[in-house]
Design a protein around this ligand. Structure first.
Ligand SMILES: Nc1ncnc2c1ncn2[C@@H]1O[C@H](COP(=O)(O)OP(=O)(O)O)[C@@H](O)[C@H]1O
Ligand SMILES: [Mg+2]
Length: 285
């Protein structure tokens, strides 16, 4: 065993992604409580660990991830610090990002609306759980995810839909603190671009863009233009989510999840996974 690949209780197998604050590794639990588990280990970059404000932001992400529950959110199973680098670990999801799904849907003519609705219903359910998360005393935290993008939505090979990456999640009433605004360029709602108030409906706009990209098999403005040219219940809902005025969007993630669930069926997510298994490269273990 190459000792250089060991990080505390974990064996780091390959680096999946390098972000602004942290890097993500496919890891195995080697010793300790997570021994034998396939994991996604997120580790602060040295530049994050050295800077108190960035370090605090990563600590907040790890703490929040530890409190997430439910089928559509990614729970941190453990967190800590090793060699000066804070980390947390989640279950590895063998599957694909919605970005990959979109890119492969682009070679056809987008993804069929019932399959998009199935994915959207999962993301909206995850958002509903995040938006209603409360502190231990039962006070709502008022969280906004702020980064609902195709790269942060995972489709497991078995059909589970998971909203990942709470690295940008912020309490709506603290949107003016350092590192509070961390949206991905190209995926900002109008109020994010204008540095206006963030609300749960900010996430609904981003969900609208995600659904537009999947149903159109295109990105950004091209996807929005494509969905505006089409008719149907899903396209109408996407148009409502993308309204520039947050007040005119649907009122919350839970009703959106219900509306999307009504546009697919109980098998929708499994059919989506079957489509992915047939059309996408095999998921990495
Ligand atoms: N639990 C997981 N299982 C498999 N892949 C994951 C998991 N979590 C994240 N990923 C992959 O790692 C990438 C980076 O993770 P993410 O939490 O989004 O970090 P970042 O803050 O750098 O964007 C994601 O885009 C996704 O491709
Ligand atoms: Mg991410």
């Amino acid at each position: 065993m190459d000792e250089a690949e060991r990080f505390g209780d974990f064996r780091l197998l390959r680096r999946v992604h390098v972000g602004v604050m942290a890097e993500a590794w496919r890891a195995d639990g080697a010793t300790g409580p997570l021994a034998g588990r396939a994991l996604l280990l997120k580790r602060a970059l040295p530049t994050t660990a050295e800077d108190p404000a960035r370090r605090a932001r990563f600590a907040a992400e790890a703490a929040l991830a530890g409190r997430l529950r439910g089928p559509h959110l990614l729970t941190a199973l453990a967190s800590g610090e090793h060699r000066g680098l804070p980390w947390y670990a989640c279950a590895w999801i063998r599957g694909w990002t919605a970005a990959l799904v979109r890119d492969h849907a682009a070679s056809g003519r987008g993804l069929p609306p019932p399959l998009v609705a199935a994915l959207g219903a999962g993301v909206a359910s995850g958002l509903a759980a995040l938006h209603t998360l409360a502190d231990p005393a039962g006070r709502p935290l008022g969280l906004v995810h702020q980064d609902v993008t195709p790269g942060n939505v995972l489709l497991a090979a078995g059909g589970a839909v998971v909203l990942a990456d709470v690295g940008a999640a912020v309490r709506a009433d603290r949107a003016d603190e350092p590192f509070a605004r961390l949206a991905t360029p190209g995926y900002e709602a109008p109020e994010q671009l204008a540095r206006g108030a963030l609300t749960p409906r900010t996430d609904l706009w981003q969900l609208g863009l995600l659904l537009a990209e999947l149903v159109a098999g295109a990105r950004g403005g091209a996807a929005v233009a494509a969905v505006q040219a089409r008719r149907g219940p899903l396209l109408t809902l996407v148009g409502d989510l993308l309204r520039p005025d947050p007040e005119r969007r649907p009122p919350g993630a839970a009703p959106v999840a219900a509306a999307l669930a009504a546009l697919t069926d109980v098998e929708g997510a499994h059919r989506l996974a079957r489509w992915a298994r047939a059309n996408l490269p095999p998921p990495a273990s």
